[in-house]
Write a protein that binds this ligand. Structure first.
Ligand code: NAD
Length: 425
């Protein structure tokens, strides 16, 4: 395993094994130059910090760990979200940074991959505590981020407000407002319209194309969505808008299920008022994991990693899985689902709508010229549907699945760029 991870075990973690395992499989399939593949297996820069965090009660100070990993600096600035989660570690962030590299290359945005993480449970923090953690973490990584070097964005456990505090902290430090240092900000600060909905909407744009491949009608197709945060919620909204029947959504408290279809705006209102789905009146409340085994046409894992695994993959009834979360399907589950004939639109393609509109946001900030919602959504649709077609064409030509095809597309572009840049000095 150590050999597979290349060199040492700094990044050793289950998720890093998944990312490198996928990469190795595809590098072999492509006959990738070993010098290049070796170079792409490890992140180029990793920053690990620890810092004190004072709770609101003034007596408790915890030491918090944070990470910012830049996988590839070849293509332009690096780009990737920051997650606040109780179990995040260097290996997880490194894996996510590597996936960001392929994702950016698949949709053709001029960034390398990065990712950040703070090991803390945001659900236990007050607003003031969340703000202090965000500002201190930003200061800890201030020398490695910037509008031309590395541009963070929201991810699991972070949101527009957290990005606003990050932008403010960076701007205070340099002495003038720098909106382009972060994307996923509120529009009032230079955020893009339609960024909030971009990931969920972008993945739902792919449903008609994917449905055609598996032979189902997207209108009236039943959909189960695991997660009702930024990705899951707006995927549900987009699903309802395109007349699919969203029958189940979940959050950390459990899942709500109504075989006649959920009223998504009403579910959203409930969560805004009550924070969690539990207690929502017009549906059955079931275990969150039971959602994966429901009799639905389309499954959208859009919460956390590793939720489709060797013990539940065989029970999946959906014909189509569109991965909103990063790495929701383990390598073992991937094999089982492929054998069952399930068509999977992989994370690095399906959830690329987020980074695509983040790219639009950065372009708007740099140019100080802002686009309309129609412009953003039309360009997002064009990029997502084209990326799907290009990946699908590789899958057909090579006789492989969409995950390997997407990886080939992303890795090929990056490898070509690395080869023409050459080696310094
Ligand atoms: P979020 O924090 O807004 O929402 C996460 C959702 O998952 C919430 O409904 C939460 O209750 C649920 N959840 C959290 N922990 C859980 C657990 N242990 N078990 C079950 N459910 C749990 O996060 P998000 O931004 O929607 O991100 C979700 C996933 O999508 C992550 O894998 C993230 O990396 C990926 N992603 C996000 C974006 C983006 O633009 N936000 C873009 C690409 C990929």
């Amino acid at each position: 395993m150590e050999e597979m991870l290349h060199g040492g075990n700094e990044y050793d973690s289950p998720m890093y094994h998944e990312a490198v395992g996928q990469f190795n499989r595809v590098a072999k399939l492509m006959g990738l130059d070993e010098n290049v593949s070796d170079r792409l297996r490890s992140p180029q820069k990793s920053t690990v910090v620890s810092f004190p965090f004072r709770h609101d009660n003034y007596t408790q100070v915890d030491t918090i760990f944070g990470y910012r990993v830049q996988h590839l600096t070849t293509m332009g600035p690096t780009k990737g979200g920051i997650r606040f989660a109780p179990d995040v570690d260097l290996g997880e962030v490194s894996a996510l940074a590597m996936w960001m590299t392929w994702k950016c290359a698949i949709v053709g945005v001029p960034f390398g991959g990065a990712k950040g993480g703070v090991r803390i449970n945001p659900m236990e923090l007050s607003r003031a505590e969340l703000q202090r953690v965000t500002r201190r973490f930003t200061m800890e990584i201030i020398n490695v981020i910037g509008p031309d070097t590395d541009i963070p964005a929201p991810d699991l456990g972070t949101n527009e407000q957290v990005m606003a505090w990050l932008m403010d902290t960076y701007s205070q430090h340099v002495g003038h407002a720098v909106p382009a240092v972060v994307t996923g900000k509120p529009p009032a600060l230079g955020g893009s319209v339609a960024r909030r909905e971009a990931t969920g909407r972008g993945l739902m744009f792919l449903v008609p194309q994917a449905a055609r491949v598996v032979g189902i009608d997207p209108v009236g197709a039943t959909v189960g969505i695991h997660g009702f945060g930024n990705v899951g919620r707006y995927a549900a909204v987009a699903g309802q808008e395109m007349k699919a029947k969203v029958v189940a959504v979940s959050d950390i408290s459990g899942a709500v299920y109504n075989p006649d279809g959920l009223d998504i705006p009403a579910v959203g209102k409930w969560v805004d008022e009550n924070r969690f789905l539990e207690g929502y009146p017009d549906a059955d409340f079931i275990d969150g994991n039971a959602l994966f085994e429901l009799d639905v046409d389309v499954l959208v894992p859009a919460a956390i990693q590793g939720v489709l695994h060797k013990d539940n993959a065989a029970n999946v009834k959906a014909k189509l899985i569109i991965e909103g979360a990063n790495n929701p399907t383990t390598l073992e589950a991937d094999d089982i689902l492929r054998e069952q004939g399930v068509f999977i639109v992989p994370d690095i393609l399906a959830n690329a709508g987020g980074v695509t509109v983040s790219y639009f946001e950065w372009v708007q900030d740099v140019q100080k010229y802002f686009w309309t919602e129609n412009e953003v959504v039309a360009r997002l649709r064009e990029i997502m549907t084209r990326a799907f077609d290009e990946v699908h064409a590789i899958a057909i030509d090579e006789g492989i699945d969409m995950r390997n095809a997407a990886l080939i597309k992303g890795i090929r572009r990056v490898a070509d760029a690395k080869l023409v840049r050459g080696i310094f000095p």
